[in-house]
Write a protein that binds this ligand. Structure first.
Ligand code: 5RP
Length: 264
């Protein structure tokens, strides 16, 4: 692997082999998402606890201080909306722009088993080809659109493996309760877990992140279950404790409650 690629990956994946990515890219297809109406404000108390932030160029340029000492994962796919055909994404930001913005990685969604399967996978291949020239890792984002029931091992393992075969350096997938180890074991590149829609309790998030890591995920790319929660700083600090400090879900939940109560 070239030095530039190694350097960028080491900005994202920490020395302990783990990673906590904080995505705030949801507006690219959802518009002003709840709690992300002003992304710069949302992220201000949170970024220091993340290993990298994931967002689009529009939010990066307009809402994020260029002096922020965190690597950026730039979402480069889009041109769809929640009221249209989500699977029909194109690449909307060039690799030249990613270089200009000094990004540590780029990300795009893949839509396996949909009308956008071939287009998104072809786009992934082209993006990887171009990014490899500059030593920029591509993170493939497994997308299930509105079909949340697709979050089961057989499907997720299929998409993760296909993305890695095409050349993604990191794969974002969803967690599934049964056989999540098959998703990770079948994927030859590091896997991070997304959070999905906000859960009823915060403990559920700590449980699935902990279990996902036990089964081989290196960490998370998790947004709504941080910044849509009652206590976002407490949520991200508790996730950090699981990912980087080896805490179990109960310890993480105790920390969450303490930070929420202003006691830690
Ligand atoms: C939005 C994304 C998100 O970055 C990803 O799904 C993680 O966010 P969340 O934890 O809120 O699901 O790619 O399309």
């Amino acid at each position: 692997m070239e030095w530039g690629m190694k350097n960028r990956l080491s900005q994202l994946i920490q020395k302990d082999g783990k990673a906590l990515f904080l995505p705030i890219d949801h507006g690219y297809f959802q518009g002003p998402t709840h709690c992300l109406e002003k992304p710069g404000e949302t992220i201000k108390p949170l970024w220091q606890y993340a290993d990298a932030i994931m967002l689009t160029r529009g939010v990066l340029r307009n809402c994020i201080d260029p002096a922020i000492p965190k690597p950026v994962i730039l979402r480069v796919s889009g041109a769809v909306s929640v009221i249209g055909d989500l699977a029909n994404e194109s690449i909307v930001t060039s690799v030249k722009e990613a270089v200009r913005l000094n990004t540590a990685a780029v990300s795009m969604s893949v839509f396996v088993g949909t009308s956008g399967e071939n287009k998104s996978l072809t786009n992934l291949g082209k993006l990887v080809d171009e990014c490899e020239d500059y030593g920029i890792p591509v993170m493939a984002v497994t997308s299930v659109g509105k079909e949340l029931e697709k979050r089961e091992a057989r499907y997720l393992a299929l998409v993760a493996r296909i993305s890695a075969e095409i050349g993604a350096r990191v794969v974002k997938t969803y967690y599934c309760k049964d056989n999540f180890d098959k998703v990770v074991n079948g994927c030859p590149v590091p896997v991070v877990i997304a959070g999905g829609p906000k859960t009823e309790t915060q403990k559920e998030v700590f449980d699935f992140v902990y279990d996902g890591i036990q089964k081989g995920a290196i960490g998370v790319n998790l947004g709504r279950n941080v910044w849509q929660t009652e206590a976002p700083v407490a949520a991200i600090r508790a996730l950090r404790a699981i990912i980087h400090e080896g805490c179990n879900p109960k310890e993480a939940n105790d920390l969450y409650e303490q930070v929420k109560a202003g006691k830690a």
